[in-house]
Ligand binder design. Sequence first.
Ligand SMILES: C[S@@+](CC[C@H](N)C(=O)[O-])C[C@H]1O[C@@H](n2cnc3c(N)ncnc32)[C@H](O)[C@@H]1O
Length: 259
Amino acid sequence: MDKIFSSNTIRNYLYSSFFNKPINYQVSLIDKKEAYYRKRVFILEKKIVKGCFVQDIGNFEIINTIHKFYKDKNILDVCAAPGGKSILLNSLGYNVIAIDKSQNQIKKFAENLKRLNIKINIQKIDFLKSKFNSKYNSILLDAPCSALGTFRRNPDVTVKIEQSQMKKHQKTQLQMVEKSLKILNDNGFLVYIVCSFHPFETIEVIDKIMQKHKNIRLHDISSNKMIKRHNGYFINPLSFKELGGSDVFFVSVLEKMKK
Ligand SMILES: C[S@@+](CC[C@H](N)C(=O)[O-])C[C@H]1O[C@@H](n2cnc3c(N)ncnc32)[C@H](O)[C@@H]1O
């Protein structure tokens, strides 16, 4: 069974039948006129070009769009590794305080930083278990999730996922949003992201938070690459059709108002 349903087999089958192999991208730290998208995104051929890091084009779109909400240049990235979003924010002039609980993921993050010659303070911390003495104006929560939105690259996520797992993810996601709100200053911004399109991990999470916290204001995002659904936005993979499509992400921008 495992042989039949391994990612590779399904992937190869899908790419030879239903849809094209996804295109991989690299984002340049230096603006270049020849870039494929928004001056910085290049197609990744065989080797990563010096000064570039790999990223899905949808991921780039999200950060490039939402970073304008952050009024404070110091951002706490609570699920930061392997660093795609932290590095992008750093390149946009933000000072990122990065944490993650996985040593393996942090290792990849550190390798990226070394290769790019960038300094970002990354610490091995379990966000849910740690005490924070400071409060923040800007928090990024790229929460752990089912990764259903990456189904083009990992097609078997769609058949392996179980309802009980989705519920578990939602529980963690809710705990993480709650914790983020606790350490967010009044008038501070929390951006919630998951690479999923499942309601449990997206709209429902934000719904539950909005029902419990009456002092949260949701903000509209201005991007013609996203579709608004209820309390957040989904990257529309079809808006990148000429560029080979994108993964699906959900994003919601929350401002904590004074009680
Ligand atoms: C979706 S990935 C983050 C991807 C990253 N933001 C990027 O753009 O490259 C989710 C991350 O959350 C981390 N994580 C899961 N539970 C955590 C916790 N309790 N505290 C801190 N990090 C956690 C995982 O190790 C994983 O690296």
